[in-house]
Design a protein around this ligand. Sequence first.
Ligand SMILES: CC(C)(COP(=O)(O)OP(=O)(O)OC[C@H]1O[C@@H](n2cnc3c(N)ncnc32)[C@H](O)[C@@H]1OP(=O)(O)O)[C@@H](O)C(=O)NCCC(=O)NCCS
Length: 244
Amino acid sequence: MTRAFVLDNQLRSVRLSYVTAAHTLMRALPSQQEITEQTAMTGLTLRYMNLADIPSTVEIDRMAFDPPWSARSYAYEIEESHYSHMLVLEADVVRPVHGLRRWLRALAGQKDQTEKMIVGYGGLWTIMDEAHISTIATHPDWRGRGWGELLLAAMIQRAITLNAGYVVLEVRVSNTVAQNLYRKYGFEIVDLRPSYYRNNNEDAYDMRLSLTDRAAREQFAARWQTLLAEHELTDMYSAHKRPS
Ligand SMILES: CC(C)(COP(=O)(O)OP(=O)(O)OC[C@H]1O[C@@H](n2cnc3c(N)ncnc32)[C@H](O)[C@@H]1OP(=O)(O)O)[C@@H](O)C(=O)NCCC(=O)NCCS
């Protein structure tokens, strides 16, 4: 063994020790789950919901609905229902790292932290020629970015690929934000259901979008392509089979 080889080996082993120590210390630091001003999104993916997505979905659901769905209901929709097409919108989130964590990551040769995060979800039931939007929500911290629209449009496109003639849904009469979104996509109020919501006896509007007209379907397909391009979205939902 030459002297240079021994020295090189010693240097390698010192480097390995500090990289290992940096990893161990990073794991010991409290997690940085909170969203800050500097949190950046770099990519969006639409895909079918799976069982591992339930905790994040339930977390958003609790902030969006009263009463929320249970984790068991989501598991049923994913695993057992033959009519259900649940989806999630996932963002690649880059979190700048500060302080001791930044220093330790540099030592370990790592840059900013990137992870995938569910930022919204939706549910579609298809029975015969009717598709029913069972739920839709985006994370309250990331509303107003066009992501609710993406989820709705993805479900309409899925309904088209499943040959549905109509998309229907119920919405609280007080929920003007959601009604605006549905109107933007051509849904119309077709009925009123008195005291539909049990928690406060609120009425619901039945809203409906007709897809029977070929020109309307083609117009929507063009709009969907524009949305995909605008958001640089990876779509693994609207034309994909439900995972078995
Ligand atoms: C409804 C919901 C999914 C919309 O999601 P979002 O990500 O904020 O919506 P987007 O940014 O995609 O906006 C799409 C459209 O919704 C409407 N909208 C969104 N925010 C609005 C607001 N603050 N005021 C009025 N209309 C609004 C607009 O029509 C908007 O289109 P525009 O930007 O061209 O004006 C979201 O508010 C949510 O999760 N709400 C709680 C759950 C819920 O009520 N679900 C519907 C059950 S029926």
